[in-house]
Design a protein around this ligand. Structure first.
Ligand code: MN
Length: 244
């Protein structure tokens, strides 16, 4: 199993979840919301070769944490993975839009200067501005749009720009989400839980809940779950993820 966007550090028992991931041999991209959380979160992966830790600055708190950009720059050489970063166009975050854009742009510039990073991106109600920023910073690395919720037209643009996608259980519940997933390139797709934020049946999602995405993808792609797993494993290897 692969969980390419999970907030391991935000579960009530992060060490327990990390141990369970090790036991179940799950490949995890453990994302952070602030640079100051990076070291502690990276420590969760010390005995876990399949867990990698991404350096992030979440758009919803960009206005409060922009002072940590210097720390971001200092830590960037230590990891190949960046996230969670991006933009949030939701009403409650729109008033900090300028901060969000400045922080996101600065991070893309730093990634480009560092030779590119594998980036997991938040683009809620902001797909077009996120794609605009990526287009302006082609050297920033490989963008993975997590929980993509844009339009079909935006999806086509993202595909043309070379974006990857990480798909969680909630995306495949509705008709709109399934139609989007059906149009995503099968060779640029990974699974995610977005736990503990994402909810499944009234509780937090866990990395092993990505198992159900496999069966949903098997339906969307009309192939066996074994074949789906092979594809995802190939994708991870090509991306140069924890297995590569
Ligand atoms: Mn997230």
């Amino acid at each position: 199993m692969i969980d390419f966007h999970c907030h391991l550090d935000l579960y009530p028992d992060p060490h327990g979840v990390a141990r369970d991931c090790v036991a179940q041999k799950i490949y995890v991209l453990s994302v952070t919301n602030t640079p100051s959380a990076w070291r502690g979160t990276a420590a969760l992966a010390r005995e876990a070769p399949r867990i990698r830790t991404a350096l992030g600055l979440h758009p919803q708190i960009a206005h409060e944490r922009r002072g940590e950009l210097a720390l971001f720059e200092q830590l960037l050489p230590e990891t190949r993975y960046v996230g969670e970063i991006g933009l949030d166009g939701g009403l409650e975050y729109k008033r900090h839009w300028l901060d969000q854009c400045q922080v996101f742009t600065r991070i893309l510039e730093m990634c480009a200067r560092a030779g590119g990073r594998i980036m997991t991106l938040h683009s809620r109600r902001a797909t077009t501005p996120v794609l605009d920023a990526l287009e302006m910073h082609p050297g920033a690395g490989v963008p993975i749009l997590h929980w993509f919720s844009g339009t079909q037209k935006e999806l086509a643009r993202a595909v043309a720009l070379g974006c990857w996608f990480s798909v969680g259980p909630a995306m495949l519940i509705g008709e709109k989400g399934r139609a989007l997933v059906a149009k995503m390139p099968t060779d640029r797709l990974l699974t995610e839980s977005d736990g503990p934020f994402a909810q499944l049946e009234g509780r937090s999602a866990f990395p092993w809940d990505t198992a159900r995405v496999l069966s949903d993808l098997a339906m969307v792609w009309s192939e066996s779950t074994t074949r789906v797993e092979e594809r995802l494993r190939d994708n991870l290897r090509r991306l140069g993820g924890p297995e590569g």
